[in-house]
Design a protein around this ligand. Sequence first.
Ligand SMILES: [Fe+2]
Length: 164
Amino acid sequence: MAQTPQTPASPSSPVCYASEADDAYMGFATRDELVAALNELLEAERAGAYVARASLNDAPPEMADLLKSIAADEARWCAMLTAQLERLSASPSAKRGAFAEKAMAIADPHARLLFLNRGQNWVVRKLAELMPKVRDDALHAALREMSESHVHNIDAAARALESD
Ligand SMILES: [Fe+2]
């Protein structure tokens, strides 16, 4: 998104309003749409980090390295999304997605990892929908890296589940 010029900022600034209207007209997400989408992803990543960490308590030892690496990645993307929301002068959500409770209700660690992987696929789909609407190069690059990392982790988890 183009930065507004360093003129006295006001929510009703005509420059800001025109930029938002142009973004929407050209098919780019408005700032509010970006904030909503990034916060939804942040809540999902926080849920994923929680599930991966909590699963270390009951998962078989051979799943530990994978769960630790998923938890570390999810925490990394929480930090990225938080920083991007702050760049947009938005408040990062403090919530954890409802996915966490649904996942932890699954008693079997393998079935839970499968469910976690479905959640990761949901994130990849959300990112694929969002990226074409992102004009800002830095945000676009960060989201693409997040998507590629998720695809990599989904494959690793799927291989681990197959080898059991
Ligand atoms: Fe994730």
